[in-house]
Design a protein around this ligand. Structure first.
Ligand code: AMP
Ligand code: GLY
Length: 417
């Protein structure tokens, strides 16, 4: 089998690795990929250039396309490839609106009683300002409707912070909503759907803030582990019964067949489980810890999702734990420099998988080329074992300005005591 993966991050390198590692594929191309992918398999086509992508697939006899990021899904890449008779893993454009429009997702959840935070919708700035001015309780959560690469959510702690967020981020007629602030522990439960059945993957926990102790600004994700012990088998059953299955059914009711990854970002408190957001793709860095734990062949699951014959028992996990720590460029998520040479990758123990994200190979050397640079990943019989492996080895990798969190996994340990 020949695959083409769309995307350039750690998620896409993990997909590339898994498809080859479990022998789902003979060859895997990545457009555009990163320094973790041999040059021969990197394809210099932009993710928004659908015509060139389908042209490449036809030329190279690609069997299946796997779409990593949300932007091409929301722009309709799967619809385009379907029209060209090229099988693609991921939702069609209308289905990807669960991620592409946060308001669409809220409307679906409200209509079909899928648990989520209460909200008020605004279509002009004046009404929004009036609402904020009359509001007494803070924090609140302000969300912009469309894709905003992680920048569309503000959690102001006071009226002043709320007004500042609106001034800086909300244009005159932007669609915005204000959501109740939920407290608790976050977890990500991803399900694979074939349009009718949805099968959950092992739960993962991301670390969104840049600094240890969940301090500082939000990032794309600074590390993850799986399984997340905050989810037990009882709560996984509830997520399946109250969230994943009802959402796929709701979409069908609306005449939309959702195939691919339905990612539910959840907030848990006591026996309350609520949806913070849906994504329509694998999480990054969540998938970097989910894929190493998967039994069997990823390609079989992808084919079943595309062909509509996925069954509940088709996805199982090894029972081990995995952890990934994101090494980032100094300054990220603010401005940072690129082009710093990375050393030490060759000296890592063979128990470590170094997924590349923002890297570039030049003349046999590896250089930084993005904010999130590497995802240093290990498995263990326990989370603590996996964590020790990663942190014992990570110091071998050096580049100018390197930064990473030292506390990935700590949040889980209190559930394991
Ligand atoms: P979203 O893109 O909607 O997941 O929001 C990004 C992050 O903001 C989430 O991962 C949460 O940490 C936080 N967040 C979003 N909605 C809420 C909420 N209603 N209450 C508390 N935190 C939230
Ligand atoms: N790790 C969060 C995301 O992929 O959206």
């Amino acid at each position: 089998m020949k695959y083409l993966i769309i995307g350039s991050g750690g998620r896409e390198h993990a997909l590339y690795w898994r498809l080859l590692h479990d022998k789902s594929a003979d060859e895997v191309f990545v457009a555009p990929g990163n320094g973790g992918v041999p040059d021969k398999y990197r394809v210099n086509i932009k993710q928004e250039d659908f015509k060139s992508i389908s042209g490449f697939c036809t030329d190279k006899n690609i069997d299946i396309v796997v779409v990593g990021p949300e932007a091409p899904l929301v722009a309709g890449i799967v619809d385009h490839l379907k029209n060209e008779k090229i099988p693609a893993f991921g939702p069609v454009q209308k289905a990807a609106m669960l991620e592409g429009s946060k308001l669409f997702a809220k409307t679906i959840m409200n209509k079909y009683n899928i648990p989520t935070a209460g909200y008020n919708e605004f279509s002009n700035k004046n009404d929004l300002m009036d609402f904020i001015n009359s509001r007494q309780e803070f924090p609140i959560v302000i969300k912009l409707d469309g894709l905003a690469a992680g920048k569309g959510v503000g959690i102001p702690e006071s009226k002043k912070e709320a007004l500042d967020f609106i001034k800086d981020n909300v244009t005159e007629n932007a669609k915005v909503f204000v959501e109740d602030f939920l407290e608790g522990e976050e977890a990500s439960v991803l399900g694979i759907s074939d349009g009718e059945t949805v099968v959950p993957l092992t739960a993962a926990q991301d670390h969104k803030r840049i600094f240890d102790g969940d301090k500082g600004p939000n990032t794309g994700g600074m590390g993850a582990y799986a399984p997340a012990p905050v989810m037990n088998s009882e709560s996984m059953k509830r997520v399946q019964a109250e969230i994943l299955t009802p959402t796929i059914r709701a979409m069908r009711e609306e005449g939309i067949i959702f195939k691919g990854v339905l990612y539910a970002g959840l907030m848990l408190k006591g026996d309350q489980i609520k949806v913070l957001e849906f994504n329509a793709r694998f999480g990054d860095p969540e998938v970097q810890v989910i894929l190493p734990l998967l039994n069997g062949r990823l390609g079989d699951i992808i084919e079943k999702s595309i062909n509509g014959n996925l069954n509940a028992g088709d996805i199982t996990f090894s029972g081990k734990s995995a952890i990934t720590v994101v090494m980032s460029s100094g300054g990220y998520p603010g401005p940072y420099e690129k082009g710093k040479e990375i050393t030490g990758l060759d000296s890592l123990s063979d128990e470590i998988i170094a997924f590349h994200a923002g890297t570039e190979l030049k003349g046999g050397k590896t250089f930084t080329n993005g904010g999130r640079v590497l995802n240093i990943t290990a498995m263990g019989n326990s989370l603590i074992e996996a964590k020790n492996k990663v942190y014992n080895e990570i110091e071998k990798i050096k580049f100018d300005g390197v930064f990473y969190r030292k506390d990935i996994g700590n949040k889980a340990l209190k559930f394991l005591e």
